[in-house]
Ligand binder design. Structure first.
Ligand code: COA
Length: 386
């Protein structure tokens, strides 16, 4: 039975900053951000948005009455969870108006967990081919004002349906996952911002990629010529280049040129948004599909990485008509509003965070489809914008 990703959508926040302005404010050469890190714009999160509202906004783009009937399970991958016990998936399922008879759970392993969701969804669909599993990766990447990681912040969510006879990407049988206990990036329960050993993290990422890809090749016999594109988790777009360079070295042939060109296409959206954590690999997939030479029948390789650490290399084959199963990301990005660095800093410091206080947020300036309206009696309050 063919199983894979049937549809894919993306949502981000209504605001962004220009990283040339951030560079000037931080007294850094803008080319460090634009070329050295590979980022141009960064999504900024108002207090009325969080992992729940972003995840619901991405999933809402896929919803039809028929699909709502068929979703058996909602798997939400996030490292920006809003509660240590109650799953983000419960709130999202409620905002989407899905049936009471839906299985919901939250998954966590840094930026890797959405891929765990896809693999688990594949198993659930194999067990019940009529069912559709909704997999969401939703996050807010926060490192702190003035930190080295600040330029690699970002926010947004992807939503995918995994089903039998998929219309977008049929998953191949073989995938290779690897894990190890490593402290390259983490966020203790008392911290609002991530802690990161960025250079070490980059090295671990590359090692996981090379090792999982080599094992995948041993298991399948596939060579670079078999792939139209290799897609990467992009905590910052230069990371994808570092990983591909580690594989290709100074090769300059048909395969290496095709893969480098595909990488550039896959980086376009992330350059405009920043790190999505769990959703980042899948925004890269969307970007390749909408900006690269994607064609039905092509085999794509996907490398997912989450600090801590876990990596997985897997592949799939593009299906006829795949372009109709995506939302128009360029239009979404074009509709955002640029804000100043001081407005960004003010919003950065206005998040609910770990506060236990009751609060009501002003939602009047946020055009997003769902809002976090505040907190009451230690309970987050959510509302649809309609
Ligand atoms: N023009 C062009 N490139 C420039 C430049 C300039 N003026 N100034 C610096 N650069 C380049 C550097 O040469 C370097 O390139 P390289 O990585 O290819 O060697 C790059 O810009 C970054 O500079 P560096 O001094 O190494 O940056 P940094 O110490 O500020 O840290 C990160 C960069 C990415 C490590 C940091 O932002 C970080 O920790 N981010 C979080 C990483 C992460 O998300 N990890 C977890 C998920 S996998």
């Amino acid at each position: 039975m063919k199983i894979g990703i049937d549809q894919l959508s993306f949502a981000t926040t209504p605001y962004y900053i220009d990283l040339v302005e951030l560079a000037k404010a931080r007294d850094v050469d803008p080319n460090k951000y634009l070329i050295g890190i590979g980022q141009e714009k960064q999504a900024v999160v108002p207090p009325t948005q969080d992992a729940v509202t972003l995840g619901a906004a991405a999933a809402q783009k896929l919803m039809t009455p028929e699909l709502k009937e068929r979703i058996s399970t909602v798997l939400v991958a996030t490292e920006s969870g809003v509660d240590n016990s109650k799953a983000t998936a419960i709130y999202i399922k409620h905002l989407l108006g899905l049936s009471m008879f839906t299985r919901v759970v939250e998954l966590k392993e840094a930026c890797y967990a959405a891929t765990a969701g896809v693999m688990m969804a594949k198993g659930l669909v194999a067990a019940d081919p009529q069912s559709v599993v909704l997999v969401i990766g939703t996050d807010i990447a926060r490192y702190g004002l003035g930190t080295p990681g600040e330029v690699t912040q970002g926010a947004g969510a992807v939503a995918m349906t995994v089903a039998a006879n998929p219309r977008l990407l049929e998953l191949d049988q073989v995938s290779v996952a690897a894990s190890d206990d490593i402290m390259d990036f983490w966020r203790p329960l008392y911290a609002e911002n991530a802690m990161v050993d960025g250079k070490y993290s980059t090295q671990v990422y590359i090692n996981f990629f090379l090792e999982t890809f080599e094992r995948y090749q041993q298991m399948t016999g596939r060579q670079l010529a078999d792939f139209a594109a290799l897609l990467f988790h992009l905590p910052f777009t230069k990371m994808g280049k570092k990983a591909l360079d580690a594989l290709l070295g100074d090769r300059d042939d048909l395969d290496s040129r095709r893969l480098r060109e595909a990488l550039t296409a896959s980086q376009q959206y992330s350059r405009q948004v920043g790190n999505l954590y769990t959703g980042s690999l899948y925004l890269g997939l969307l970007s390749y599909l909408q900006n690269g030479h994607a064609k039905a029948g092509q085999r794509l390789g996907l490398f997912s990485y989450g600090s801590g650490a876990e990596g997985e290399f897997y592949s799939g084959v593009l299906q006829p008509g795949f372009e109709k199963q995506l939302n128009d990301v360029s239009a979404d990005l074009g509709g955002r509003q640029q804000i100043s660095i001081s407005e960004y800093e003010q919003l950065f410091n206005s998040q609910l965070g770990l506060s236990a206080e009751d609060v009501t947020f002003d939602t009047s300036k946020d055009p997003s489809p769902f809002w976090l309206t505040g907190q009451k009696n230690h309970q987050r309050q959510y509302k649809a914008n309609n």
